[in-house]
Design a protein. Structure first.
Length: 384
């Protein structure tokens, strides 16, 4: 059985990339990337085109699919977020993340959407979005901000509040959180505070070099509130049993992150009864000593980064053929055409978005993350 279907739909104003996965007899999952292609349109006009494309896909190609998570990439969040949220037709019926990372095709907005067939979600009183499927309960916590004094205190509060939310749901950060994202304004200046706070909070949650960390991306990104230096999104799963979650290292190509003072996993995969879901953290051009490779050379950095991701996927018994979606972060917009050409040649049908975002080390010109899904049969665990 072919478990994967990829489609590309193009119109005068938009390009839509769809990836659909279904294990035999199981629940279908979809990743959708919508790009506006008319850069001269106003922001409201670009949003209108994007929403019309989204509505059309749900009415035709993805009938019966329910949006679970959306991330909007904006060029100017302070001036655009209110318009976006006012025009968002689904309101609270989906977890909505909004980050300032300008699409590099010259437009003002792009959308990544994750959908599941036949589920119903709801917003919990604590602001987390809950989706039930089979024996599991997914919890998305997005758009978390505060205005504490600096990036360290903001991150400490964000993580501490998230721990409390999970505990109130009967969950633990170490056992149930699968993935986090930290979008940091002026990351060259503020990332050190994020790292310090995360390391210290993780230690209180038994997340150490002797146990494990959490797959994550820490990347430059703005938000609508100028005083908020850190935006955090997180994803957790209730119903996981011991042995379902595994961690990826690719030691031939990468070193453990704690060796250079940070605390995240290179990647994580979760085995369900019918599929393996892989979450690759933000990955750059680095070797197994923690050193930046090919400084100043975007082509060679991109090639090494893709090789690193390939090794992480291989460790999960997956390949790029299993990838559902990609987010690619470029520090310098001038590198866009080179990188786009490389990705289009190698991954012509995979949903992907290239955005402007400073990577956490100035020497890194590019970083990427991705998700993958592969059919398996594991009777020890319930199906997705």
């Amino acid at each position: 059985m072919n478990n994967r279907k990829q489609q590309i739909l193009e119109s005068k104003k938009t390009r839509i990339e769809i990836n659909s996965f279904q294990a035999e007899g199981g629940v279908s999952e979809h990743h959708l990337m919508i790009h506006v292609t008319e850069a001269k349109l106003s922001f409201a006009e670009q949003l209108k085109a994007l929403f019309e494309a989204y509505d059309s896909v749900l009415a035709h190609q993805l009938q019966g699919a329910h949006s679970v998570f959306k991330r909007y990439f904006l060029s100017d969040a302070a001036n655009q977020a209110n318009t976006l949220l006012a025009m968002n037709t689904e309101g609270a019926e989906c977890a909505v993340s909004v980050v300032q990372q300008a699409p590099l095709n010259g437009t003002k907005v792009a959308l990544w959407c994750y959908l599941i067939d036949g589920v119903v979600g709801r917003m919990l009183p604590d602001g987390m979005y809950e989706v039930r499927h089979g024996a599991y309960r997914d919890l998305w916590s997005v758009g978390n901000l505060n205005q504490a004094a600096n990036s360290e205190y903001q991150t400490r509060l964000l993580l501490s509040d998230y721990v409390v939310k999970l505990n109130e749901q009967g969950l633990r950060l170490a056992d149930h959180c699968v993935r986090t994202w930290f979008f940091v304004q002026d990351i060259d200046r503020n990332y050190a505070g994020v790292v310090k706070a995360r390391n210290e909070v993780f230690l209180t949650q038994n997340l150490t070099s002797e146990t494990h960390f959490i797959a994550s991306t820490g990347i430059g990104g703005g938000n609508p509130q100028v005083e908020s230096l850190v935006l955090m999104d997180a994803y957790a799963v209730d119903g996981l049993q011991p042995g379902q979650m595994h961690y990826l290292y690719a030691r031939t190509h990468l070193n453990p992150t704690y060796e250079y003072g940070v605390s995240f996993e290179r990647g994580t995969y979760v085995d369900y009864g019918d599929r393996r879901k892989v979450y690759i953290s933000g990955t750059a051009s680095i070797n197994n000593k923690g050193e930046i490779l090919y400084e100043g050379d975007i082509r060679q950095q991109t090639t090494r980064m893709l090789e690193n991701v390939e090794m992480l996927l291989k460790e999960a018994d997956c390949s790029y053929d299993d990838v559902d979606q990609m987010t690619v972060y470029l520090r310098d917009p001038a590198d866009y055409e080179v990188v786009k050409e490389m990705y289009d040649e190698r991954f012509p049908s995979t949903p992907k978005v290239l955005v402007n975002a400073f990577v956490c080390r100035p020497g890194w010109l590019i970083e990427m993350e991705c998700m993958a899904t592969k059919r398996i049969s594991n009777q020890a665990f319930a199906a997705f």
